[in-house]
Structures are given as C-alpha cells and as structure tokens.
Design a protein around this ligand. Structure first.
Ligand code: ADP
Length: 161
C-alpha cells in the first residue's frame, strides 16, 4: 500500500522553510499533497490560484508532489482523501503550544489511523515566516536565498504593480 501525506498551510508565499519541509517529506512518503488552506477572512498577498501555481512551479522537480486546496475542517479533507499522515513544520517552542492542541483535537476527528508528523525546522530557516518575507520585501530588503527563485519573481512582479 502507498503512503500518502498531506502538508497544509497558507503559503502566502511559499518560503525556503516550507520547501525544506516539502523536500524532506517527499522522501518519506510515496505521495505528498500540498494543501493550500482557503481562508476568505484572511487577507492574502497572493490569490489562491496564484499560490497554487507558484507552489506547482517551485515543486516541479519533485515528481511525487501534487498541489490542491481545501476549505472547512481539515479532518474532513483528510478523511475524504485517505491520508496516512499530516505533516507540520515546527520552528520555535511558540509553534509547539498551538500545534499540540491542534494535533490532539484533530486526532479525535480523524477516521482510521492518521498520524500528525512533525518535522523540525532546518536551522537555516528557523526564523523564517511568510509574513516576515512579505514585510522585508515590501520595504526593499533582500530575501535572496530565503524563497525559491520563482517565488521571488512573483513577489517582484506583485510589488511593482
Ligand atoms: P499557517 O497559515 O498554517 O501558519 P504557514 O504557511 O505559515 O501556514 O505554515 C504552514 C506549515 O509550515 C506550518 O506547519 C508551519 O509550522 C510550517 N512552517 C512555516 N515556516 C516554516 C519554517 N521556516 N521552517 C519549518 N516549518 C515552517
């Protein structure tokens, strides 16, 4: 049987911190789906379509990775999709508090055996968040090496507009 994992987030935009988790998770599972969370109440820099397109391009070199989106309850999407694991990235201890609550609540909602699997952040990217990337870039600071090249192109384009 194939092992199928889900990695979710807003990815507004995708950073090298996310890419590191994706690359490592893609090695651990036969199939990895990147699930972009649809949250209309959250103002985002990039539309859902743009974010999906950007992630598709950035993960082109990983053949077992696909991109999708979902709204509503994560557990509903997980149960319907037949996932074995849900991947989360852990940065500082501040992530831990929130993540353990979510993982324990979700464990009650998953049908069958679904594990939440935590991958520790790569120390090169432990400080990195999408919001910090957006802020530094909008103020003209360099984010070279912190996002995939293709993401930088999209961001330059967006900030020009
Ligand atoms: P959310 O809106 O759920 O916070 P994000 O796009 O910020 O979505 O993050 C999605 C996932 O990626 C989360 O599990 C988060 O902890 C993880 N993540 C974000 N940045 C990093 C990073 N620099 N290193 C490792 N994991 C990260």
């Amino acid at each position: 049987m194939k092992n199928k994992a889900l990695y979710t987030g807003s990815f507004d935009p995708l950073t090298n911190g996310h890419m590191d988790i994706i690359t490592r998770a893609a090695r651990l599972y036969d199939e990895l789906v990147i699930g972009v969370v649809v949250n209309p109440s959250k103002r985002s820099m990039f539309s859902l379509e743009e974010r999906e397109e950007m992630i598709r391009k950035a993960t082109e070199c990983l053949p077992n990775v696909t991109v999708d989106h979902f709204s509503g309850l994560l557990a509903d999407y997980v149960n319907a999709g037949g996932f074995d694991s849900v991947i989360r990235g852990l940065r500082a201890t501040t992530d831990f508090e929130y993540e353990i609550q979510m993982a324990q609540m979700n464990a009650r909602l998953y049908q069958g055996h679904v594990e939440t699997v935590f991958l520790m952040t790569n120390p090169n990217y432990s400080f990195l968040s999408s919001s910090m990337i957006k802020e530094v870039h909008s103020l003209g600071g360099s984010i070279d090496g912190l996002v995939p090249e293709i993401i930088l192109e999209y961001m330059d384009e967006k900030n020009k507009a």
